[in-house]
Design a protein around this ligand. Structure first.
Ligand code: PMP
Length: 431
């Protein structure tokens, strides 16, 4: 068993400062065993906690670190920029550079606006959709998480699923009433909804690769249908690519599936590990944003130079030829081996993956609408989480969250992961 003495002490102290001892709920390890590990350092594929335990990290800060921890080019670019100050509240060249890097490769957005988080990006894109269409209602899909803004905290995934809540206290019913929740991958439900309310709906927001309630891979035909229906009814299609953007392909799931949304949101990878979000879309729609148009949105630290620098250094590396293929190959290399092992042993277990995103499920059935279709008992996940920590492998502390593989997860590191993972599985299934 690893020692968590220092983490436990720090957590006790943290509980006196922060609700639940944390500044973001899933970090509290509520749905797994023991105190959360306080991390003091990361390098490449590894993190170290305050008890000096070393782990191979498959959480990667919940997605941003596609290059691993402390990537040298990212760090150097941050250091260079930092030497000139941290924030000016005025335009900088770095904003142009990051925008150029993205937009020159991205046929899905003519213009972009940087924010400081994914939540802000999505919240702003929804306001824009409402302002542009002059309609109030929005469609969201059950289990998709789009950050914690009021109208989107309805049947969301992420920490909310973990805590068994379908919504949040403090969200006025009147707000939630403007959000229509539909099941994923269900064209009939979608058609029935738009037949009745189509002309009142501003936008349909979806994680094209839903990854906050397990990994609920949608049939491409459903996403295509969604695109067609949105066009037919003048509903804007909003792809929330906070996880999938720059992860499954440079231009995200839109590029992966070849489907063009009207609006798109990014977060996580776009900031190279610093706080950046963005929303973008067609020029005509983006022209509605202040100061060009009537939809207000702003941010003191939006486009922050240090964060832009980190984003530039990260995305330059992601834009290299073969980057995404290599990411996917290494992910499949590990996932296929573990799945084959579990299959040989007859374990009811499978890792599902797309690109370098993976999800651990204690079932070999595919979930497409809700993670709990196949996986409502989280006890084996809890056990696996603990067995993995004891063998030097760190995964996110919730069975509903996905894991990530970074460029720093070399084949050698994956080769060390494999036997440790199999041992952890054996320990879970022996109990
Ligand atoms: N959208 C999606 C799809 C997400 O996964 C997340 C965060 N996990 C968000 C929005 C919110 O982003 P942030 O946590 O940066 O506010």
């Amino acid at each position: 068993m690893i020692s968590r003495k220092n983490s436990e002490q720090l957590f006790e102290k943290a509980k006196t400062y922060f609700p639940g001892g944390v500044n973001s709920p899933v970090r509290a390890f509520k749905s797994v065993m023991g105190a959360p590990l306080f991390i003091k350092k990361g390098d490449g594929a590894y993190v170290w906690d305050e008890d000096d335990n070393q782990f191979i990290d498959f959480c990667c800060s919940w997605g941003p670190l596609i290059l691993g921890h402390n990537n040298e080019k990212v760090r150097k670019k941050i250091e260079e920029t930092l030497a000139n100050g941290t924030s000016f509240g005025a335009p900088t060249k770095l904003e142009n550079e990051l925008a150029e890097l993205i937009l020159s490769r991205n046929p899905y957005a003519d213009k972009i606006r940087f924010t400081s988080s994914g939540t802000e990006a999505v919240m702003s894109a929804i306001r824009l959709a409402r302002g542009y269409t002059k309609r109030d209602k929005i469609i969201k899909f059950e289990g998709c998480y789009h950050g914690h803004s009021d109208s989107l905290l309805v049947k969301a995934g992420s920490g909310l699923v973990t805590f068994g809540e379908s919504s949040s206290a403090g969200v006025p019913e009147a707000f939630a009433a403007e959000t229509i929740v539909l099941p994923l991958n269900d064209p009939e439900a979608l058609e029935a909804c738009v037949r009745e309310l189509g002309n009142e709906i501003a936008c349909a927001i979806i994680e094209p690769i839903p990854a906050n309630n397990g990994l609920l891979l949608q049939e491409k035909g459903f996403l295509t249908k969604l695109r067609e229906i949105c066009t037919q009814y003048g509903i804007l299609l909003l792809f929330d690519e906070v996880i999938s953007g720059f992860r499954v392909a440079f231009s995200g799931a839109a590029e992966y599936y070849g489907i063009t949304p009207d609006l798109v949101t990014y977060g996580k990878i776009i900031g190279g590990g610093l706080p950046v979000g963005a929303y973008g879309g067609k020029a005509e729609i983006m022209a509605c944003i202040s100061p060009d148009g009537p939809v207000y949105q702003a941010g003191t630290l939006s486009g922050n130079p240090v964060a832009m620098a980190a984003g530039i250094a990260a995305l330059e590396q992601c834009a290299q030829p073969g980057f995404y293929q290599d990411q996917e190959e290494r992910t499949n290399y590990l996932v296929d081996k573990i799945n084959a092992y579990a299959g040989e042993k007859g374990y009811a277990f499978e890792i599902f993956s797309i690109g370098s995103i993976f999800w651990i499920a204690f079932s070999d059935k595919v979930a497409i609408r809700r993670a709990d279709e196949i996986d409502s008992d989280m006890t084996p996940f809890k056990m696996l989480h603990s067995e993995l920590l004891n063998r030097g492998i760190y995964i996110g502390p919730s069975g509903y969250e996905v894991g990530f593989i970074s460029k720093a997860h070399t084949k050698e590191i994956l080769d060390t992961t494999f036997p440790a993972f199999c041992e952890a599985l054996d320990a879970v299934f022996a109990k």
